[in-house]
Design a protein around this ligand. Structure first.
Ligand code: 5RP
Length: 224
């Protein structure tokens, strides 16, 4: 199986997992990226079995709408049972690095509201220690240099993601060379830098379930 087939397999596993628990009133939180796109396309086959979705990015909202799925503003939704999204890295405690698609802030917001966060990823995303993938940080544009200097003090090597503007009108710094032994602590420290909007560590709110696509099939890991 190639990487896309593994992504498709976990996307199908996520649909199979949530579908029996959805009702005609349910609203599903949907993430961003190629794995989330597979999920959207597979979920769309069941669009009459739930009410609609909340999107973590404009790209996801556009794709959902193209399938005829109603997209709601998160502020108007009182209950979000599931959030389904991909990841750039996942450790054994289901802490994640996300934001490869620059949607980390909205992803974090939707994940915070959802009762269950189901992460879907191919096996290449599973790591023992987070940080091989550069950690994305969304930053208010005028604070770029200040935040970069503070990230260096934390041991990182920030790189401006040239030409990328987030859905919120901000920039992304990708922080290289972080060996993240304390994901919760580092997430909080980075959030405390003035000018940071959010960072791509999902450790204060990790995934609840990780569906991992492997050559042997889809592995299901639950947060203990
Ligand atoms: C977007 C994300 C994505 O979930 C992450 O980059 C994984 O993407 P893909 O499913 O394309 O591998 O965090 O901001």
């Amino acid at each position: 199986m190639n990487q896309d087939q593994l992504k498709q397999a976990v996307a199908q596993a996520a649909v199979d997992l949530i579908l029996p628990q959805l009702s005609r009133d349910s609203v599903v939180g949907v993430g961003t990226g190629s794995t989330a796109n597979f999920f959207i396309d597979l979920l769309a086959k069941h669009k009459l079995e739930f009410d609609g979705a909340v999107a973590s990015s404009q790209a996801t909202a556009d794709r959902l709408k193209r399938h005829g799925i109603t997209v709601y503003d998160l502020n108007g939704v009182s209950d979000l049972e599931f959030y389904v999204d991909g990841a750039d890295e996942a450790d054994g405690h289901l802490n994640l690095i996300k934001g490869g698609g620059a949607a980390l802030t909205r992803e974090k917001i939707v994940a915070a509201v959802a009762r269950k966060f189901i992460c879907i990823a191919d096996a290449s995303k599973r790591v023992d220690v987070l940080g091989e993938f550069p950690l994305p940080v969304e930053v208010i544009p005028m604070a770029r240099s200040h935040v970069a200097r503070e990230l260096v003090k934390l041991g990182g090597d920030p790189e401006y993601r040239d030409g990328v503007v987030t859905d919120n009108g901000n920039i992304i710094l990708d922080v290289h060379n972080m060996h993240i032994v304390d994901p919760v602590g580092l997430e909080a420290k980075i959030n405390n830098i003035v000018g940071v909007v959010a960072n791509g560590l999902f450790a204060a709110r990790p995934a609840d379930v990780l569906l991992l696509g492997t050559a042997q099939g889809v592995e299901r890991l639950e947060r203990s």
